[in-house]
Design a protein. Structure first.
Lengths: 360, 338
């Protein structure tokens, strides 16, 4: 997302001096202004993601070297290696990447919309609502198959509950977040209640999923979820410019010709759907949605965080947590959500201490 | 005590007796109230029934006693923490102290092979003390301007401590087996032995609380006023911290982390008596027991033949109350006096 002021500057003529640190692509009458730092950050993140994915493919029970992994990916390598890489490790990594990116993106959208770093879908109960819907559908309605498509409805329900409880979400700071925490506790309790109606033996995988778990992922959920998120992406890009203008304040945005209500509603809908889809894959992994945009803003040194950098950061952080938990806990399997919980709690403490001057 | 307060108190006590009998009379097995009452009163025909003896002595009696002790402990821990932090939302569960105590206990189980009831109490006590100190320290660091911040600190601590405990548990199958008996946040597995071990410590904390009530009531006017009346606020606060720690440790050692009881009980008690702590604390203890025992009976009764964790029922009641309190701004009432 570019700074809107820069766009108006470049629109005045070809001789206009470019703002420092930006590149300009021209195609006929259209120009695209690129911030150099943002693009370098993106490149760096993609590189880090590739390396970390290779590392994650290499680690695990059954020894394959990194060269072996690369050869297997290129179509060579033994049958055993191919099964290990393509059937076991790759699906998990793809699932982690898609879920992480979805969480980072949705977190950045909500944070930007309500201008509150702590207001992310995982804190305010949207993810819990999504997982509640999945729990209820998978327990009572769609026995056997995985109802990933139910997640957005649950997330929407949670968001409506939250909306009914708060009149002006953006203006209330900590109050909004604490009410959201109450909503997420409530959603969680209803989910636990629903799970208690079944005998424990049938529920092991659902319990693990509810902690945020990527063990035993196939392509069954990730592929449709990923396609849906990709389909939503153009809409996100379409609204992102208006969202950037909205950050200048709703009055300013209205003067600049932004339909404030429509943009807010649209961005909220995007955030809810993307957060819910991200949850549907590996369960309500907490704190990634909060941490990713913060890391992104540190990297891009910009108060307006580019959405795609937040998504990349989310994918990177979730993959790092997942790999870390695999290495630390081996030979046991520990849910990825537990690792993000440990690290995310520390991050939240850090933010609270840093923000102590805020008085709202 | 005002007249309506006295009426309310005796009404509560009546309800408590009713709930205790209900708790003894319901549960797995075909035995109802008449058999259990006969057994406890020493009817020779019923005392001879081994199955009944087993059910009452190892299941229903310990469970009811545990609900009484844990309810009092959690409610008083919350009341003490609220007066120490001047934050009406403070509660061991919401502030992450419970999670800290559980983490310490899991460390004890994993690395030090804790097995006895004293060991449980010792380790959860150390964890509760550490958790209280961390929360109070961080509470000072993030500033006292907004009571909601302390709740966010609690969320962060709960997440970190809870995550660490889960990590240790899941990567160590032996401990997980042992841990299962202690059952996260449920009274189902409480044994008579652990309850009896804990009772003296809970009583000590209770005495400490009663001794501090007068000073704490006066300290509500502010530290300066209290000092003028000859009270040493720091000393009182240390006493409060000690009492809250002991109460939390006792509750955790018996039943594991049960959230929201303390918050609900202390909040209702403040509605009944906002100023005089001696009365507030008695109501808090009464309400704590009523809530926990009621939730425990519901937990057994709602989803037969399955059993709900107590924490679920309490969260179903407690989370909406928390939302309403936060929303109505009721949490600011304590900040008016500084």
């Amino acid at each position: 997302m570019n700074n809107p002021m820069n766009d108006t500057l470049t629109g005045t003529g070809p001789e206009t001096r470019l703002p420092t640190g930006t590149l300009c692509l021209r195609l006929g009458r259209r120009t695209l202004l690129l911030e150099r730092r943002a693009w370098l950050t993106t490149l760096g993140l993609v590189l880090a993601l590739t390396l970390l994915s290779l590392l994650a493919l290499t680690l695990g029970s059954g020894k394959i070297t990194m060269m072996g992994v690369i050869q297997t990916l290129l179509g060579e390598g033994s049958r055993l290696d191919q099964v290990t890489v393509f059937k076991i490790r790759l699906p998990r990594i793809v699932a982690v990447l898609v879920a992480g990116a979805a969480m980072g993106l949705s977190g950045c959208l909500v944070q930007t919309l309500v201008r509150n770093r702590l207001a992310t879908p995982d804190m305010i109960g949207v993810n819990e609502g999504a997982s509640l819907a999945i729990i209820i559908f998978s327990l009572y309605l769609t026995l056997g198959s995985w109802p990933w498509w139910a997640a957005p409805f649950g997330a929407l329900f949670a968001a409506l509950v939250l909306y009914a409880l708060c009149n002006k979400p953006g203006e209330q700071g900590y109050l909004f977040v604490v009410i959201g925490i109450g909503v997420s506790e409530l959603m969680n309790a209803i989910g636990q209640f629903a799970m208690s109606t079944q005998s424990l033996v049938h529920l092991t995988s659902l319990y693990l999923w509810n902690m945020g778990n990527f063990v035993g992922q196939g392509y069954g959920t990730v592929v449709p979820v990923g396609i849906l998120i990709l389909l939503i992406c153009p809409w996100v890009v379409y609204l992102s410019r208006a969202l950037g203008v909205l950050r200048l304040g709703s009055v300013t945005a209205r003067t600049l010709g932004v339909n404030v209500n429509r943009v807010q509603l649209g961005v909220l809908a995007q955030a809810i759907i993307v957060a819910a889809l991200g949850t549907a894959i590996g369960g309500p992994v907490v704190f990634i949605a909060m941490a990713a945009p913060i890391l992104a803003s540190w990297l891009s040194r910009d108060r307006i965080v580019p959405l795609w950098i937040a998504a990349l950061c989310g994918a990177l952080m979730l993959l790092a947590s997942d790999t870390l938990v695999r290495v630390l806990a081996s030979p046991h399997e520990v849910a990825t959500g537990i690792m993000t919980r440990i690290l995310g709690g520390l991050l939240l403490l850090f933010i609270l201490i840093k923000d102590r001057q805020r008085a709202d | 005590m005002l007249r309506y307060q006295a009426q309310l108190f005796w009404l509560g006590v009546l309800l408590l007796i009713l709930l205790i009998s209900l708790s003894l009379a319901t549960g797995a097995g075909v035995y109802g109230g008449r058999e259990v009452a006969g057994f406890l009163l020493g009817d020779p025909a019923l005392v001879a029934d081994e199955k009944l003896a087993m059910i009452v002595n190892t299941l229903r009696l310990p469970r009811t006693l545990a609900a009484l002790v844990v309810g009092v402990c959690l409610a008083l821990a919350a009341s003490m923490l609220q007066s120490a932090t001047r934050n009406p939302l403070a509660e061991p569960g919401l502030l992450g102290v419970n999670a800290g105590a559980v983490f310490a206990l899991v460390i004890g189980l994993t690395y030090f092979g804790v097995e006895s009831a004293y060991g449980y109490l010792l380790w959860s006590g150390m964890g509760a003390l550490l958790g209280n100190l961390i929360v109070l320290g961080l509470g000072l660091m993030v500033g006292r301007s907004n009571p909601l911040k302390l709740i966010l600190v609690g969320v962060a601590l709960s997440a970190t401590f809870g995550g660490l405990s889960n990590f240790l548990l899941l990567s160590n199958k032996v401990v997980l087996e042992q841990f299962r008996f202690w059952n996260l946040g449920s009274l189902a597995a409480s044994s008579l032995e652990s309850v009896l071990t804990v009772i003296p410590f809970a009583l000590a904390a209770l005495l400490l609380t009663l001794a501090l009530c007068r000073q704490l009531t006066l300290m509500q006017m502010g530290d300066n006023q209290a000092q003028a009346l000859g009270i040493r606020p720091t000393r009182v606060r240390i006493g409060v911290l000690l009492a809250a720690t002991l109460f939390t440790a006792c509750a955790i050692a018996i039943a594991g982390p049960i959230g929201f009881v303390g918050f609900l009980a202390a909040y209702c008690a403040r509605l009944v008596e906002p100023v005089r702590l001696a009365i507030q604390v008695s109501f808090s203890a009464l309400f704590g027991v009523l809530f926990l025992l009621g939730a425990d009976i519901l937990a057994r009764w709602l989803l037969q033949p399955f059993e709900l964790p107590n924490g679920v029922i309490l969260a179903l009641i407690g989370a909406p109350v928390l939302i309403l309190v936060v929303r109505s701004g009721g949490f600011r009432s304590l900040l008016a006096v500084k």
